[in-house]
Design a protein around this ligand. Structure first.
Ligand SMILES: [Zn+2]
Length: 281
């Protein structure tokens, strides 16, 4: 039994789902070959290749890296060793700096407003600055359900934002969500969940706004950093942070508590937002 599925979104746009690894990637079958987003990892890429072969004999002509994070872009050599690899310049920069031996280096750089043409198919590229990583790009494709925005790890429909927002520019993330909302798309897809209604962009924007407000309020109410008798600086800091994060998560629970992962991740995401409040980054 295979541990992957393919979903047809119409207009030759498909999703490769790899539930055992909790991933989803988009691919488009064009008359200039298949364009596949994110190989994920070596094992997933082998399944991905089989999934693509189920719907077309066309070669995989291009791979697009959504962003530079290792958990999405290892395995291009398994997926299609000869494909060109498209990514944002900052992804190339990061991959090169890290010297990741298992990540194929991008061969073609893309940027905001690029309109990639593969036969009759078009894939729009959007980059609104740093958000989740410095290099994360949104991809616009037409499906039978309307215009879909694929923006890996930026918005994961149905899921609470992941833990402590790894490698995220918090202000840039909020800016990017605002810009995505202006696109007026019909559907959104992440790298782990979706597609679903574009309202998830608005709900994520509101989540971060409400979380920032809640953390601010809870931090102000905590009375700042006053040690209890016998408490050292480390213990004091940890006590205050924990109280602030739990209070902020409690404040958001009535509105967002049904999102999957909320209880596990919201306090940690509040902790990340508290760092943003304290440092400005
Ligand atoms: Zn990521």
């Amino acid at each position: 039994m295979s541990d992957w599925t393919v979903e047809d979104l119409g207009n030759s746009v498909f999703l490769f789902r790899w539930p055992s690894g909790f991933y989803v990637s988009l691919f488009v079958v064009t008359n200039e070959g298949v364009v596949a987003v994110d190989p994920i990892n070596a094992a997933a890429a082998r399944a991905y290749r089989a999934a693509i072969a189920r719907v077309t004999d066309a070669p995989i002509a291009a791979i697009i890296y959504s962003h530079d994070h290792r958990d999405h872009i290892v395995g291009a050599s398994e997926l299609a060793p000869d494909a060109e690899i498209l990514a944002h310049p900052r992804a190339l920069e990061r991959i090169t700096t890290r010297r990741d031996a298992d990540i194929a280096v991008p061969t073609r750089l893309v940027q905001d407003e690029d309109d990639l043409r593969f036969g009759r198919h078009r894939i729009g590229v959007r980059y609104f600055g740093p958000n989740h990583s410095q290099s994360n790009i949104g991809l616009l494709v037409e499906t039978d359900g309307g215009t879909l925005l694929s923006f890996c790890d930026l918005v994961e429909p149905g899921l609470a934002p992941y833990r402590n927002l790894p490698d995220t520019d918090f202000a840039g993330l909020r800016h990017t969500l605002d810009r995505c909302i202006e696109l007026g798309v019909d559907l959104v897809l992440g790298g782990h969940a979706g597609p679903d209604r574009a309202n998830w962009l608005v709900w994520n924007r509101d989540f971060y706004r409400d979380l920032l407000d809640a953390v601010k309020r809870a931090y102000a109410a905590s009375g700042g950093q006053e040690p209890l008798p016998g408490e050292d600086g480390v213990a004091m800091t940890e006590r205050v942070r924990l109280a602030v994060c739990n209070a902020a998560a409690d404040a958001l629970r009535p509105t967002y508590g049904a999102w999957r992962g909320f209880d596990a991740w919201a306090p940690q995401t509040a902790d990340r937002v508290l760092s943003y409040l304290i440092t400005g980054n």
